[in-house]
Structure formats: C-alpha cells, structure tokens
Design a protein around this ligand. Structure first.
Ligand SMILES: [Zn+2]
Ligand SMILES: [Zn+2]
Length: 163
C-alpha cells in the first residue's frame, strides 16, 4: 500500500494522519500458516524528520492459526505498536522513500512477523491429538495404548534381567 507523502516532503504539512485498512494474504512462518480474519487496520501519524519521515502507529489484526497440539483453528487479536523511519538514503538498510511516496506493506508484514506467536495453544490445558489414531482428545477419548516406556528405563530393565 502506497502513501503519498509529497505534502510532508515539500513542507506543506508537518504531520499526516493515517487510518487505513489493508488485505494481506496468508503468511507462512516457522512452519505455521497464518491467515487473517478481515483486513488489517493500520493507524498512526507520519511526521517529517531531518532525512525522511517517521511513522508512529499501531497495527491491529485478527490472526487465525492452528493450535500446536490439536490443530484446531485459533483466532487471536493482535495489536502491535511500531515506530519506523523511512529515509531517502539508499545506504540505509531500513525503509526507503520512493520519490514522493512510501510503501507500508513491508512495514506491516515485518511487524506482524516479529510479533506472531511461535506456538499457539487453543488453551493451556489442550490435551492434543492421540498420537496413534489422531482423535482430538479435547472432544472425545479413544482406547489406544499410548503409554510408552522411557528408552532409558528399558535399558535398565534389560540390564537387570540379563541372566
Ligand atoms: Zn488445542
Ligand atoms: Zn487413539
């Protein structure tokens, strides 16, 4: 999403208020897939600084991902505060001003990626899936034998049973 900052650069105005909604596609991050429920809302102010502009604001998104244990969908509300500079310098590794506009899509994506949870649980007490039959143990039970012997104990047992 491009924002025209001509008025800031020319000095016609000193601050620009931003209140935009943007649709982002699915994210793949850390082997998890993240989707968004509705548009991402970005709000804040862009002000002129010496060699560019600074954008201070918040990003609000409804993020949908799956529970790491039971794979059910989990929806989370994320609000991220950011403060990012856009400069005209091409030596700078940060965001750049392109002629008279800035592109804020990358800024939104970067901030979301930095703040996405690495692991999501539908609840702290999620029982997950049965490793044998895949039954969601939050919803029902199964009769699988899931008790496994710790391999170290197995060795010990063999040791004592040697002759
Ligand atoms: Zn779960
Ligand atoms: Zn089972």
């Amino acid at each position: 999403m491009k924002i025209d900052i001509q008025d800031l650069l020319s000095g016609k105005s000193s601050v620009m208020e931003i209140d935009e909604k943007i649709e982002l596609s699915t994210f793949d991050f850390n082997k998890n897939e993240y989707k968004f429920d509705g548009p991402i809302h970005i709000k804040g102010n862009i002000t002129k600084i010496e060699d560019g502009v600074i954008f201070v604001g918040t990003i609000n998104a409804q993020v949908i991902t799956v529970c790491s244990r039971c794979l059910e969908e989990v929806k989370q509300n994320m609000t991220i505060s950011f403060e990012e500079e856009f400069t005209k310098s091409h030596e700078d590794l940060g965001y750049q001003i392109m002629e008279t506009f800035i592109d804020i899509t990358k800024l939104i994506e970067d901030n979301l990626l930095l703040n996405l949870p690495l692991k999501t649980l539908c609840s702290e007490s999620c029982k997950g899936l049965c490793p044998v039959c895949g039954t969601n143990l939050n919803k029902s039970t199964c009769n699988c034998e899931t008790q496994t012997i710790d391999p170290r104990l197995e060795k010990l047992k063999n040791f004592f049973n040697r002759d």
